[in-house]
Design a protein around this ligand. Structure first.
Ligand code: PHE
Length: 388
C-alpha cells in the first residue's frame, strides 16, 4: 500500500514538473488562445494595488475578446498573486513563462516587485509591461521591459513644486520606507528638486514598510520643526504615519506620491488623512472621451463590497492601458513572437489610452501628466493636472 502511495506521489510530482521542463509555446500557431501573464499583489500588504490593476487589466482583455480577440484568436489572461511579498514575483513569473508559456507579462504596480520579475522576462525574451511602477530602474533592466506611466524624477519634481508653490513650504522633512525602491527613489528625486528650487530639507528619517510604530521618528521630525512632511510610502504605512503624527501634535501637512492612492488610506487614516495631498496618474473626473467610456464600462463590470458601482483609480486605468497597448503591439507585429512584439511595443506612438496619449520613449518609459489629489470629506478630490 505504502509503495503504491509513493508511486502515486512520484507520478503526480512528475506530471507537475513536466510542463516546467517543456514549456508550451504560447506563440506557436498551434495554440488556440494567446496567453498573457499577469502578476499582481491580489492579497497582502498592498492588496488594493493588485486588485485595482487586475480589474482594469481584465476589463481590457474582456473587451478585446468581445471584439474578436487578436490575430484570429481569443486572449487568455493568466493571473498570479504575488502576495505583496518579496521573493514571490520571481516564483510566479517563472511559472507564467515556463509552465503556461505566456507571450507577454503585465505587472507589477510596486517597483520593487517589478524589479524582481524584470530580469526573468528579459532573459526569456518575453516582453514585460509594468502598468504603474515608477522607479527608473525598472525599464533600465533591459530592452524587453516597458512601462505605460511616468517615472519618479518627474513625480518628485511635481511634488517639490507643489510643496513650494501650493503648500508654501520652505522647510520640509522626508520620511522614507527603506524597504521600497519606489520610496527611496521618490525621496531622492523630490529632495534634488526641492533643494534646487531653494527649499531646505530639515531632516530625513527612515522606516520599514509594515512597521506599526512610527512615533520615535515622528517625534524627531516634530523637533526639526518642518513646514510639511513628505512621505513617499504606500497607503497602509502612510495612513498610520498620519494618525501618529496627529497624536503627537505634528500639525503640518503630510503629503506623498502615487503610493498613497487606495481606499484603505481613508479607511485606516480617517480624519488624520483629511486635507492631505498626493500625486498620482489619473482621476475619473478628468474626462477625455476615452476615459469617460472606460469609467462607464468599469462601473458596470466591478462593484464595491456594498454593491455600488466601483470607480476606477490610477492602477485600474493604467492596468487597462497596459493590456490595450500590448494588444495594439501584437496586432501591429502580426505575431506573438517575443522579439517582434518587443519591437512593436518600442514603436508605440500616441496610443490613445485612458490615462492619456501614450508614446513609448527610447528608455521604454511613457511621458504622461500627473494629477494632484486631496483627501476631502473622505474622498479623493481632484485638484490639478501637471503636464511634463
Ligand atoms: N508607482 C508606485 C511604485 O512604483 C506604485 C503605484 C502606482 C502606486 C500607481 C499607486 C498608484 O511602486
Amino acid at each position: 500500500m505504502r509503495r503504491i502511495l509513493l508511486l502515486f506521489i512520484a507520478a503526480i510530482g512528475l506530471a507537475m514538473l513536466l510542463p516546467a521542463c517543456k514549456p508550451s509555446s504560447g506563440g506557436a500557431s498551434g495554440e488556440a488562445v494567446i496567453k498573457i501573464g499577469e502578476f499582481a499583489s491580489l492579497s497582502g500588504k498592498e492588496a488594493t494595488f493588485g486588485v485595482s490593476s487586475h480589474e482594469g487589466t481584465l476589463l481590457a482583455v474582456e473587451e478585446l475578446n468581445a471584439a474578436g480577440g487578436l490575430l484570429g484568436k481569443k486572449l487568455e489572461l493568466i493571473t498570479e498573486d504575488d502576495l505583496s511579498k518579496a521573493g514571490e514575483p520571481a516564483t510566479v513569473v517563472n511559472k507564467l513563462i515556463a509552465r503556461d508559456g505566456v507571450v507577454a507579462v503585465l505587472g507589477e504596480v510596486a517597483s520593487s516587485r517589478s524589479l524582481e520579475a524584470a530580469p526573468i522576462c528579459q532573459q526569456n525574451k518575453i516582453p514585460m509591461i509594468s502598468p504603474s511602477s515608477t522607479n527608473p530602474k525598472v525599464t533600465e533592466t533591459g530592452d524587453y521591459i516597458f512601462r505605460v506611466c511616468f517615472i519618479d524624477p518627474f513625480q518628485g519634481t511635481v511634488m517639490a513644486n507643489f510643496a513650494t508653490k501650493t503648500l508654501k513650504a520652505r522647510k520640509v522633512a522626508i520620511f522614507t520606507d527603506v524597504k521600497s525602491d519606489y520610496s527611496k527613489g521618490l525621496a531622492k528625486f523630490f529632495k534634488e528638486s526641492f533643494v534646487a528650487s531653494g527649499g531646505q530639507v530639515v531632516t530625513e528619517l527612515d522606516f520599514n514598510g509594515g512597521d506599526k510604530d512610527f512615533k520615535a521618528q515622528l517625534t524627531a521630525i516634530k523637533s526639526a520643526n518642518p513646514d510639511a512632511v513628505f512621505v513617499p510610502g504606500y497607503y497602509t504605512d502612510a495612513a498610520l504615519i498620519c494618525i501618529q503624527a496627529k497624536q503627537l501634535g505634528l500639525n503640518v501637512p503630510l503629503f506623498g506620491g502615487d503610493g498613497w492612492e487606495s481606499e484603505d488610506l481613508i479607511k485606516i487614516g480617517k480624519d488624520a488623512v483629511e486635507g492631505q495631498y498626493f500625486s498620482t496618474h489619473y482621476h475619473p473626473d478628468v474626462s477625455s472621451p476615452r476615459s469617460k467610456a472606460f469609467v462607464e464600462a468599469y462601473k458596470k463590470r466591478w462593484k464595491n463590497s456594498d454593491g455600488t458601482p466601483k470607480l476606477p483609480d490610477a492602477m485600474a486605468a493604467l492596468g487597462y492601458d497596459s493590456a490595450m497597448i500590448l494588444a495594439d503591439a501584437i496586432k501591429r507585429a502580426g505575431t506573438t513572437d517575443g522579439p517582434k512584439v518587443r519591437d512593436a511595443l518600442a514603436a508605440s506612438r500616441d496610443f490613445d489610452g485612458v490615462t492619456g496619449k501614450t508614446t513609448i520613449n527610447e528608455k521604454r518609459d511613457a511621458t504622461k501628466s500627473a494629477v494632484i489629489l486631496q483627501v476631502k470629506d473622505g474622498k479623493f478630490r481632484y485638484m490639478e493636472t501637471i503636464n511634463p
